[in-house]
Ligand binder design. Structure first.
Ligand SMILES: Cc1cc2nc3c(=O)[nH]c(=O)nc-3n(C[C@H](O)[C@H](O)[C@H](O)COP(=O)(O)OP(=O)(O)OC[C@H]3O[C@@H](n4cnc5c(N)ncnc54)[C@H](O)[C@@H]3O)c2cc1C
Length: 379
């Protein structure tokens, strides 16, 4: 018997496990493969609420900003507990415009960012190159967002794993959860490890299974439409060409320590397909070259592919479900790394106090049930 069983050892499952264990709960994480097998270690690790501010509902922007504010302490606590670096960097991000159309777009984005309380600074092309000398001479302007930060997701996940271990979380790898059901006062999980089945009883279950939430996992919950959005990301290696995260409307470039540069990312409806493609790589390199021509001489280190967990409205579900004791922290789409700090904090609050704060209401499980009922009535 465990207080909390968490299905999934990605950045969301591990962050919640760490926070719940620090609050005195006994926690068991069940991971079908290894921690970070899913989207979490593919992520570029940008902590950039400013990026899609125009298309993001205000409730989600506020949650992202809440998470960004929590990040420095979140990282300090993980590093202090487990002794491993999360690769946190605070250089900010820089939009680079290539022509008049981009310039007008940056003016528009700046206005929305200011309305939403995000500090940003417009720059000329010359100012952009003073800050980032390798940016294309064709760049005509920029927008600097100093409050944007980043972590190295390939460091964050092992660091979280170590921190979880240090605070007493039990992590069972190569252990798939096949089903969750109510059984006499507790929840019973059926597990499969090396082809043998077993059960685990828990007071509470947290579903953090990424895109596999409704794939091969049987629960009493209605299906609410989880789907994967494929993302390809190219890793280049060589002379460091940038300090900031650079971006325009087609691409982002994320510098990591040691001369690694990530260029991402495609956004594709391909179901569970995980193959890198020539077209995806071509687009990323072409758009990346427009921003930083020096990438031409870098080595291609790898092409990584991940599946972003997404619901219809691109907002996560955070909180209780329709079955007593089963909670969900899923559907973080393009922002699971950024949202990990707030998700861990608020899920631990909800699961230890049974209160759901008002600002989490837009992320309720129930919002999809309303839509289902309306669709059924209409159709
Ligand atoms: C190319 C790309 C770039 C991205 N860049 C960023 C970025 O810059 N910033 C940002 O904030 N976000 C980014 N994201 C999004 C981010 O990666 C995701 O939102 C986040 O990783 C989701 O984390 P998760 O823990 O919910 O899912 P996952 O990381 O997918 O973890 C789910 C885990 O559950 C396990 N699992 C599934 N089913 C079961 C089961 N039945 N039993 C046991 N275990 C199970 C899986 O093996 C997996 O390890 C990016 C994503 C992609 C693909």
């Amino acid at each position: 018997m465990t207080d909390v069983a968490i299905v999934g050892g990605g950045v969301i499952g591990l962050s919640c496990a760490f926070e719940l264990a620090r609050r005195g709960r006994s926690v068991t994480v069940l991971e079908r493969e290894q921690p970070g097998f899913g989207a979490s270690t593919v992520a570029a690790g940008m902590l950039t609420p400013s990026f899609e501010v125009e298309l993001t509902p205000q409730s989600l922007v506020e949650l992202q900003l809440d998470s960004l504010r929590r990040y420095p302490q979140f990282v300090r606590e993980i590093e202090a507990a487990g002794g491993q670096s999360c690769g946190y960097r605070d250089e900010g991000s820089l939009w680079v415009s290539r022509h008049r159309d981009d310039e007008l777009e940056l003016d528009h984005i700046l206005k929305i960012q200011q309305e939403r309380g995000l500090p940003a600074r417009r720059m000329t092309g010359q100012e952009v190159r003073q800050v980032e000398p390798y940016v294309s001479p064709r760049a005509v302007g920029g927008l600097l967002v100093e409050s944007d930060h980043q972590v190295d997701s390939r460091k964050l996940v092992p660091a979280l794993h170590a921190a979880c271990h240090a605070v007493g979380v039990e992590l069972r790898t190569q252990t798939a959860v096949k089903s969750v059901e109510r059984a006499r006062g507790s929840l019973q999980l059926t597990l499969e490890h090396e082809a043998s089945a077993s059960t685990l009883n828990a007071e509470q279950v947290l579903l953090a299974a990424g895109v596999w939430l409704e794939d091969g996992l049987i629960t009493p919950l209605p299906r609410i439409g989880m789907r994967p959005i494929k993302g390809q990301i190219v890793h280049l290696q060589g002379e460091p060409l940038a300090r900031h995260v650079l971006r325009n409307s087609d691409v982002y470039l994320v510098p990591r320590h040691g001369g690694r540069l990530l260029i991402g990312a495609t956004e594709e409806e391909q179901g569970f397909d995980m193959n890198p493609t020539a077209g995806g790589t071509l687009d990323l390199l072409r758009f990346g070259f427009e921003v930083l021509p020096g990438i031409y001489d870098l080595d291609v280190a790898e092409i990584d592919v991940g599946l972003r967990p997404t619901f219809h409205d691109h907002m996560p579900v955070l909180g209780p479900t329709t079955t007593d004791g089963i909670y969900m922290a899923s559907g973080h789409y393009r922002g699971g790394v950024l949202l990990a700090a707030a998700t861990a904090h608020w899920m631990a609050e909800v699961m230890t106090t049974a209160d759901v704060p008002e600002h989490l209401e837009p992320f309720s499980f129930d919002r999809f049930l309303g839509q289902r009922a309306q669709q059924e009535a209409a159709g």
